[in-house]
Design a protein around this ligand. Structure first.
Ligand SMILES: [Zn+2]
Length: 235
């Protein structure tokens, strides 16, 4: 059996229209870039959580604080807060880039909202203690691993669709080997991948493998199935 079939992870299963909802959140929040406004609840997102088997929701608040992060999620209050005027390195005056940046942040925070680990108080407490210090402990916290691996997976889907034939093979070649070097297409996530790799080396954990497993399940496997069907249709 290959390693990518053995490795296990929560691999948070998202719900129907997950990406559409993140796009809507980003479109709405982008309207506030460069504006002054009072924070209020702007939207309520409902979704079916496969882990609890029920409809759940969270509120969206848009705030103009100058923070480092574009968004955060409060598990106890069920609130996703978006900071369209945050101090990040994205040129928010560029509409495409700005919306994309908010969408990525929304994918990350929405993953937290679904994450069944947050049903356990110990995770909530530990996450609070981590704060917003984007470092080694933060990137390697299990809920952050799941949220970042989901966020990065969606980003890679975008990278592939930009040049399907070439880029699928590039991703495939990295995923299907035990190569733990950071490929060019992950260069924006250098800091995160390095933190996972370092953690794996120190604690014999399997973050990079789990991440590759997610890429295999969400990107490689569907394409392999598609190819097989195409071949069957020809024969
Ligand atoms: Zn997070």
């Amino acid at each position: 059996m290959n390693w990518y079939k053995k490795a296990t992870s929560w691999n948070i299963r998202t719900t129907e229209n997950f990406i559409d909802k993140c796009c809507d959140i980003a479109d709405e929040a982008y309207k506030f870039v460069g504006q002054k406004f009072a924070p209020a609840v702007y939207n309520k997102i409902t979704f079916f959580n496969l882990y609890t088997n029920q409809e759940e929701y969270f509120d969206i608040i848009i705030q103009d604080d100058k923070r480092e992060a574009i968004a955060n999620y409060n598990v106890e209050k069920k609130i996703m807060t978006i900071y369209p005027n945050s101090l990040n390195d994205v040129d928010m005056t560029n509409e495409t880039k700005g919306i994309e940046a908010i969408e990525k942040a929304a994918i990350h925070e929405f993953t937290h909202a679904i994450d069944p680990k947050f049903k356990q108080q110990k995770f909530i407490e530990k996450q609070k203690n981590l704060g917003q210090q984007f470092g080694f402990d933060y990137y390697n916290f299990p809920t952050e691993f799941d949220a970042y691996s989901k966020q990065i997976t969606e980003d890679i889907k975008g990278f592939i669709s930009a040049d399907y034939d070439n880029n699928f093979d590039i991703v495939y070649n990295w995923v299907m080997t035990t190569d733990h070097n950071i490929p060019e297409f992950l260069i924006d996530y250098n800091k995160i991948i390095l933190a996972w790799r370092q953690y794996d080396n120190l604690y014999r954990s399997r973050y990079i493998r789990k991440f590759k497993q997610r890429l295999y399940n969400e990107i490689i496997l569907p394409r392999l199935k598609e190819r097989k069907e195409e071949q069957n249709n020809v024969n």
